[in-house]
Ligand binder design. Structure first.
Ligand code: OXD
Ligand code: MN
Length: 596
């Protein structure tokens, strides 16, 4: 409880609308989490994993209709439609609220309404912002406890009068007297609404209990609402990892990286470099809040406190640090269960177990045609569990950024690494980012390339062209030479046979080394029409067996592919409307002089 009048009013008004059986204020303690989990185990909603193999770990299975973020049910309800722009679904806030109020009315009948006070960012940091999530999902409470700083310490800030973002959430499944509660109650897809009211800094989410739809501190607050606030206040809220890179001499630099969902941000953020003497430590794997510091440089902080990582593909080979991180006190969702009571997913082990219970609770064997774990199955683990966490991860002033990486899954066209020629050109590179579609969002376009500017397409809380302008404005806010260098990277090029050209994972450290050395102006570049690429002698290939031909392919700038790319960018830019910044059009025109 708190004496903060605005908080009390939010909770009281919500209770009148939602009509829960009871209200519970979360204190964020271990005792509270243990008790909630016990109740869920008793109700068969959570499965206690083998505690000698995975202490403190539990498995949840969601409803098959509720397995990923639902972008077509996600709304930016700005007052003026023009302000939401062409990349967002828009409904007028009054209309959306009226519709949603009908769904919310009585939606918590028979359930407990949990009040979750949470902070995005370290308590006491000037970066941090407070939210209060109201939810009827104890699964959400348990996940929010890992993903954010949650409970008593935040209530104390609210007592002192701190402001907050109200986040209203209901799974949309009221329980009438005597009615059976499903294992994963939620509303049908057409009744799901993930709504943002940017001008009011308000979030309403109805009908889903999964991931970014329901853990409202993550995408809804830290990206969609925060990006809107950031534009007003002159900073950036980005879909970026943050890493600390140390070279063999002990020199340190911090990089951020924007990659679309399920493109390996978690792997890169916890990478074990293959090159001797280099160290990568994690500060964040998904979101960065970036501000200009007193010295004019950009400083980043990770507003989250945990990882909500994609399980499939994670293994001791691809990400040994993540494997250690999820050894204890982890919530698994939609992975498979082994006969020993442990978890399993595709890509975890070289050989497949003979028998499993799949993510839907069915028997599964090697002859089964379906996947044992859902492609978007997840682990939720505290960042404190991470063996390669940087000691700077909670620095209240953030960490100074030397380079920003943009990347996506592109089987061709984009070279292994490309340096921008200026901040403006870097913003151009960010604006044209694209990636093959993955399973992190429900879509029938898996495999196609979609433009995902700055990896923020689903997360910009306002007009995409205003967002580009906001990025461009940073040269007016500080000296351009103080801004980070910008790179485009592509670990995912394939050869004619569909095999990856570059080994990726720990070998990506070779690219990080080149970027590090570029930041120190130790190496030069080769200019091309699309940007600057490494001089082949400067990329550290020691100990890596890669043929000359393959290496050349990694940096091949194929005019036919680039002609196609330029046409595709042109069409994409047209789809963004008439307010596209002129300087970006000019960047494209420059490229068109080479590739038409
Ligand atoms: C995520 C996503 O969960 O981007 O991080 O979908
Ligand atoms: Mn993400």
């Amino acid at each position: 409880m708190t004496e903060n009048r605005k908080v009390k009013a939010f909770v009281e008004e919500s209770a009148i609308l939602l009509q829960p059986n009871q209200i519970y204020w979360c204190d964020g303690s271990l005792a509270e989490a243990t008790q909630l989990m016990e109740e869920l185990v008793l109700q068969n909603k959570a499965i206690r994993l083998n505690q000698s193999l995975r202490p403190g770990c539990y498995l949840f299975r969601s409803d098959p209709s509720d397995v990923a973020r639902v972008e077509n049910r996600t709304f930016i309800a700005s007052i003026d439609e023009k302000d939401a722009g062409p990349t967002n679904n828009w409904v007028h806030p009054d209309e959306l609220k009226a519709t949603m109020r009908q769904f919310f009315r009585g939606s918590m009948k028979g359930r407990t309404m949990y009040v979750i006070p949470f902070s995005m960012g370290p308590i006491g940091s000037h970066f941090s912002k407070i939210g209060i999530q109201i939810t009827d999902s104890p699964y959400v409470v348990l996940n929010m406890r890992i993903m954010t700083r949650m409970g008593k310490s935040v209530l104390e800030l609210l007592d002192q009068g701190s402001d907050f973002v109200p986040c209203l959430h209901s799974i949309g499944y009221p329980l009438n007297e005597g009615e059976m509660d499903p294992l994963w109650p939620c509303a049908p897809i057409e009744q799901k609404y993930i709504s943002h009211f940017p001008e009011e800094k308000l979030i309403w989410s109805y009908g889903s209990g999964y991931g970014g739809n329901a853990l409202l501190g993550k995408k809804c607050f830290s990206l969609r609402i925060a990006s809107f606030i950031a534009k007003e206040e002159g900073w950036l809220a980005e879909h970026m990892l943050i890493i600390k890179v140390t070279n063999p001499l002990g020199r340190v630099k911090y990089f951020t990286g924007a990659f679309p969902s399920a493109c390996g941000k978690t792997n890169l953020s916890m990478m074990v470099p293959s090159i001797p003497g280099w160290k990568v430590e994690t500060i964040g794997d998904d979101i960065a809040w970036i501000k200009i510091g007193p010295d004019g440089r950009l400083y980043a902080t990770n507003p989250e406190a945990g990882f909500f990582g994609v399980a499939p593909g994670t293994s001791v080979f691809s990400n040994p640090n993540a494997m250690k991180c999820i050894q204890k006190d982890t919530i698994f969702t939609n992975v498979a269960l082994t006969d020993e009571g442990d978890v399993w997913w595709e890509g975890l082990t070289k050989s497949t177990p003979k028998h499993l219970i799949d993510w839907q609770g069915n028997d599964w064997n090697q002859a089964s045609s379906s996947k044992a774990a859902h492609p978007n199955s997840r682990f939720t683990a505290s960042i404190q569990n991470c063996p390669c966490i940087s000691s700077n991860w909670e620095d209240t002033n953030g960490v100074p950024i030397s380079a920003i990486l943009f990347g996506g899954r592109r089987p061709d066209t984009i070279p292994l690494v490309l340096e921008s020629t200026s901040w403006e050109h870097g913003v151009f590179l960010g604006s044209i980012m694209g990636s093959e579609m993955t399973a992190a969002t429900i879509s029938n376009e898996i495999g196609n390339v979609r433009r995902d500017p700055f990896a923020m397409k689903p997360f910009i809380g306002y007009h995409v062209c205003d967002y580009f302008n906001h990025w461009l404005s940073f040269t007016n806010r500080t000296k351009e030479e103080l801004l980070p260098k910008i790179y485009m990277v592509n670990w995912f090029q394939k050869d004619q046979e569909g095999q990856f050209l570059w080994p990726g994972f720990g070998e990506n450290a070779r690219v990080l080394q080149w970027i590090f050395e570029r930041c120190d102006q130790q190496v030069d570049t080769i200019s091309t029409p699309i940007g600057k690429i490494p001089n082949p002698r400067d990329l550290n290939l020691d100990g890596l067996h890669i043929s000359k031909n393959r290496f050349e392919q990694l940096f091949n700038i194929d005019p036919t592919s680039w002609k196609k790319e330029v046409t595709s960018i042109h069409n994409y830019y047209q789809s963004l409307g008439s307010t596209l910044p002129k300087v970006l059009k000019e960047q494209l025109e420059k490229l068109e002089t080479y590739y038409t």
